[in-house]
Design a protein around this ligand. Structure first.
Ligand SMILES: Nc1ncnc2c1ncn2[C@@H]1O[C@H](COP(=O)(O)OP(=O)(O)O)[C@@H](O)[C@H]1O
Ligand SMILES: [Mg+2]
Length: 315
């Protein structure tokens, strides 16, 4: 899907690793300025390879990448200087101190050393009191925050976070989300990969689903929910129904074999979903059908994901 004035534009990107694994198979993707984009896909989908191609760690087999209007094949250094990467794997010198590691990253792309800025970054990430500690002495969550500090040190306009919260405990994960949201506030465009659907659902403006090196779908998070989401309502009746009353015929309803439970399923979009369930309960009252409980649930992005991948499998 084309986006006007994208900050990142990828066309026909392919990568076949030595050995023959086709990790990317013709990826087209535009990223909007200022958005949080979640690239969602199972292990082996090609997420890290895609990021590696943009960050110069993976040499593409085919295709083009433009960032900030610059062709990465030609103006790699100028573009790369404005891109931050928080890698999936901890690939940093464990014997280095936090301060030196982050300071090194700041200078990596030709930016002047700015200790005040580094201090601000480390304080924001609650790492200031660890600045003289060796990285190997830090907890897993802190190590990951060091990676974020390194990625922020050169003030990127575009930041990649590859599985930022994988293996991070729930509390720290929340802190991470807050930090990512704060970066967006500061105008940084963020692309994160995750296989936690919860994370995409919470954080992202748009979601792209990738599998087998192909982007299956890209959409605004809400639109994706709307398009693919469903509302399910389970209504337990006060007494078994002899048959489905005609008055309920217009609703997508199933009656359980023991005739004591109605299950509604419909899209979350206009004319469906919770509004439809409200109409259904009115119709039940009008038809004199008493119910003892009503349980409504909207499908999560996770359900959508499973559903979409399932359909792919069947295709
Ligand atoms: N350096 C490499 N050499 C060979 N195959 C690789 C290499 N890196 C990744 N792959 C393969 O490419 C595919 C995509 O991997 P990756 O991009 O890491 O996926 P993801 O990040 O979505 O889990 C996988 O099948 C993986 O095994
Ligand atoms: Mg990966």
């Amino acid at each position: 899907m084309a986006v006007s004035d994208p900050i990142l534009s990828i066309r026909g990107l392919a990568k076949t690793y030595r050995g023959g694994t086709r990790a990317l198979d013709g990826v087209d993707l535009d990223i909007r300025r200022g958005e949080i984009f979640a690239l969602l896909g199972p292990n082996g989908a090609g997420k890290t390879t895609l990021i590696g191609a943009v960050c110069g760690l993976v040499r593409p087999s085919a295709g083009s990448i433009h960032a900030f209007g610059l062709d990465l094949a030609r103006d790699w250094r100028a573009a790369r200087a404005r891109i931050g990467l928080v890698p999936q794997e901890l690939a940093t010198d464990m014997f280095e101190t936090v301060w030196r590691a982050v300071s090194y990253s700041q200078g990596l792309f030709g930016r002047r050393r700015d200790p005040e800025r580094l201090e601000a970054i480390l304080k924001a990430l609650s790492l200031w009191d660890k600045k003289d500690a060796q990285i190997r002495a830090l907890s897993g969550g802190m190590k990951r925050r060091v990676l974020i500090a390194k990625a922020l040190a050169h003030e990127p306009d575009l930041l990649f976070l590859d599985e930022p919260t994988a293996g991070v405990d729930v509390e720290l994960r929340k802190g991470m989300w807050e930090q990512i949201a704060a970066l967006k506030q500061r105008g940084v465009t963020i692309i994160l990969t995750t296989h936690y659907i919860e994370e995409a659902e919470l954080m992202a403006d748009r979601v792209g689903i990738i599998r087998g090196g192909r982007i299956l779908m890209v959409d605004d998070k809400e639109a994706m929910m709307e398009r693919l989401g469903t509302t399910e309502a389970v209504i337990d009746l006060a007494a078994p129904l002899a048959a489905m009353p005609a008055a309920l015929g217009r609703f997508h309803l199933e009656l359980s074999p023991d005739r004591t439970r109605l299950v509604y399923r419909g899209g979350t979009g206009a004319g469906g979903g919770r509004a439809e369930v409200a109409r259904l309960t009115q119709a039940l009252v009008q038809a004199g059908i008493a119910y003892v409980s009503l349980d409504i649930r909207d499908s999560s992005l996770e359900d959508i994901f499973v559903d979409l991948l399932g359909r792919e499998e069947a295709a």
